[in-house]
Design a protein around this ligand. Structure first.
Ligand code: HEM
Length: 234
């Protein structure tokens, strides 16, 4: 079982994420979006989206930084005070992200709300996975102390062994269940990437920098359409 979860599953998740991601981008480019629901409800979206995005982005950047530069991360975490400050910062950010996520979930719950009608099964699955992932991450940070340090000796060698196509899972198979669940769910979220609105992560709207302004005009009955008004709608 461990062989499947820590060798086959990460490869399957990555291959599908990249393969299906490219396929969807080519075949259905206009679905490559976060499918904003801001027009349906804005207030709760603000209170949910801002904490969620700031919190989770900083946490994931920390995950990535430690995986890419384990030597530097080990040096930074080497001092007791620095380790304590960084661990507490991680926990605070996780609570911040969790607060945002809960607001985002509550926003989509009422069965008579407009946002609920615009919510797909996949949105529900994604939010559920995020909730479990943040909760297990927090659980690890609080109950399996100094995760930022042992991550360097367990998950990071495992990641690099997968990259080098020489999978080595001994460093992760003996970890507690909650940690293994967090690792496997991390790859499950990567797997969901091309099947959900997560695709918006790789969309940088750079063309907005040079695209002409879009001016939205009401098309009321009887309004005379002039060459000028059609020009601004371009
Ligand atoms: C396979 C990929 C992943 C691995 C190996 C991993 C590993 C870890 C470890 C070891 C910790 C404990 C850090 C500490 O105690 O300071 C942690 C915490 C956390 N993780 Fe992950 N993680 C992965 C993916 C993810 C993903 C995809 C998310 C969110 C979408 C996530 C969200 C969190 C959160 C919110 C925390 C608590 C905050 C913190 O202490 O950094 N993780 N993760």
């Amino acid at each position: 079982m461990d062989g499947f979860l820590f060798i086959a599953f990460p490869y399957i998740a990555l291959i599908l994420a990249i393969g299906v991601g490219i396929y969807r981008r080519r075949r259905r480019p206009y679905t490559y979006s976060s499918l904003s629901s801001q027009i349906l409800e804005n207030r709760k979206l603000f209170w949910g989206s801002v904490p969620w995005h700031y919190g989770i982005t900083l946490i994931l950047l920390a995950h990535l930084f430690a995986a890419l530069f384990p030597g530097l991360a080990g040096w930074v975490l080497g001092g007791r005070i620095r380790l304590l400050v960084l661990e507490l910062t991680g926990i605070a950010l996780a609570f911040y992200a969790l607060f945002g996520l809960i607001v985002l979930i509550i926003r989509r719950l009422p069965s008579n709300s407009r946002v609920r009608h615009a919510t797909s099964y996949m949105d529900g699955i994604l939010l559920g996975f995020f909730l479990i992932q943040v909760a297990t991450g927090l659980g690890i940070a609080i109950f399996e102390r100094w995760g930022s340090l042992w991550y360097l000796r367990t998950a990071v060698p495992w990641f690099w062994s997968l990259v080098k196509l020489h999978p080595e899972i001994a460093t992760v198979t003996s970890l507690p269940g909650i940690v293994k669940l967090h690792f496997v769910l991390g790859f499950a979220i990567i797997l969901l990437f091309p099947f959900s609105r997560l695709v918006h992560l790789v969309m940088f709207p750079l063309q907005y920098l040079w695209r002409p302004y879009q001016v939205v005009v009401w098309n009321r009955r009887g309004r005379k359409v002039t060459a000028e008004s059609t020009e601004v709608m371009r």
